[in-house]
Write a protein that binds this ligand. Sequence first.
Ligand SMILES: Cc1ncc(COP(=O)(O)O)c(C=O)c1O
Length: 351
Amino acid sequence: MAERLLINPLAGPLEPAPSPSGPVAFHRSLPGYAVTPLVDAPAAAAALGVRRVLVKDESSRLGLPSFKVLGASWATYRALCERFGIDPEPVVPIDTLRERLLDGPALGLVCATDGNHGRAVARMARTLGLEATVLVPATMVEARRAAIAGEGARVEVVGGTYDDAVERAAALAGGDRLVIQDTAWPGYETVPAWVIEGYATIGAEIEVRPDVVAVQIGVGSFAAAMVRRFAGVRIVGVEPVSAACALASAEAGELADVPGPHDSAMAGLNCGRPSPVAWPLLSRGIEAFAAVSDQRADEAVAMLASDGITAGESGAAGLAGLLAFRADLALPADATVLVVNTEGDTAALRP
Ligand SMILES: Cc1ncc(COP(=O)(O)O)c(C=O)c1O
């Protein structure tokens, strides 16, 4: 499949939303919280022909190698507060919540994942003394499964794609099982909306106003949070050519499925359908959707490495999209470009 750029026919004006105070205060209250670095990437800036590339480096966040714990932790916290009738704000310390859980019936967290979300949910479950069941597609490499199991979760392999694993997770909801999913389906919108809110902490930590932002898209929850924060700025969405479901949806004018197999090395982006909760923000707030090859992602990984930043393939995907289409996007020479390194080193996570 060839690389492509689609100027989004659905784009329209959007106002940026103020960062919600809850997730930021909650994340600050967690042990190990630190603002992640925003670093200059001069080699990337030279390659793109722009004044400056800034990389928000999420390769280490709350002790995990990806930003995803921001959404998983806030959504878990909110779901537990709702379940126990606790006011989520002001923030209840995580230790207090764990003690509170000891008094109630045993609860388990359930989710599907293509890697990082499941590991983050498993970490939250362990922190709170809960069980976790994480459903993974059969294509997931063993090392990623092991990383999730290493957090104490029960890992169940589901035949088919990530989207099949999501369907299976949805079927497990109810009773003593709380589904913490980062994508939505009809009737299940509240938790994925909390996941998007949780990702707002990334934008809230960035004080610079860039001219162009590149966001990698799996189900689009991360991109939705960035659109909220940076609406009005040029935003480019980036996906693997084999799982370009946001591009396909923009082209179709409605949510569209891209059939599997989704086997990109950009493992976190191997999703066949955008989240319906994220889509209204993506469809309006993203200027163009770029579908890029794994080779392009590798080039971006190498370029970030030359700038001293350790990125995995999904982490470097935003930059890959700009590298692939810098001419079509006509990036101005005086532009400040923002990309987010959403995942650190994946050397140990390859097949
Ligand atoms: C490393 C990484 N980057 C980006 C994404 C994309 O996030 P979303 O699925 O919210 O679009 C993911 C999702 O799993 C991921 O793991």
